[in-house]
Ligand binder design. Structure first.
Ligand code: CA
Length: 161
């Protein structure tokens, strides 16, 4: 009887975890990048990283692309302050994946007070998750790319409580 009761509690706890799973709060939010590639018909493609499409090829019309700058950035305005648990980056995989390196992840309540919370000196591979320390809060998530090349990603998910 006692064992049964304990098992019930564990099962209930498991269900509760699923129900309260962190959600991607970047989806569809305003996103900007430093400098869109001056390709015909391309303007500011920052929104493509929050369009919900995780297609990782440039032909899939799902990826943003900057110019070939010494430094690049991309940011999303989450609309309000969230406790952020994870930032998940989807790299372009049809070409040039190695360009997504030397990326600082910055979080803050405004663009003027961003703080670096993680850094990837190496190429991120196809998909990379960055898990935040507890109580990491912010309204803006910015990626600072210091690789002296084009910066492209196909989706950025920001999970929050
Ligand atoms: Ca996308």
């Amino acid at each position: 009887m006692v064992v049964s009761a304990v098992l019930s509690i564990i099962i209930i706890a498991g269900v509760a975890t699923v129900v309260t799973a962190d959600t991607n709060v970047a989806l569809g939010k305003p996103a900007k990048l430093y400098y869109a590639c001056p390709h015909p018909n391309m303007t500011d493609t920052g929104y493509k990283a929050v369009d919900g499409n995780t297609n990782q090829t440039m032909m899939g019309n799902s990826c943003f692309e900057t110019g070939p700058n010494l430094s690049n950035w991309w940011y999303v305005n989450l609309g309000k302050i969230y406790e952020i648990t994870e930032v998940k980056l989807y790299n372009r995989i049809d070409c040039c994946s190695e360009r997504a390196k030397n990326i600082f992840i910055m979080i803050g309540n405004s663009l003027e007070e961003l703080k670096p919370v993680d850094y990837s000196p190496d190429p991120i591979g196809a998909i990379k998750s960055f898990f935040m320390f507890p109580n990491t809060k912010g309204k803006y998530v910015k990626l600072q790319h210091e690789a002296n090349t084009v910066f492209h990603l196909c989706e950025v998910k920001v999970f929050a409580k």
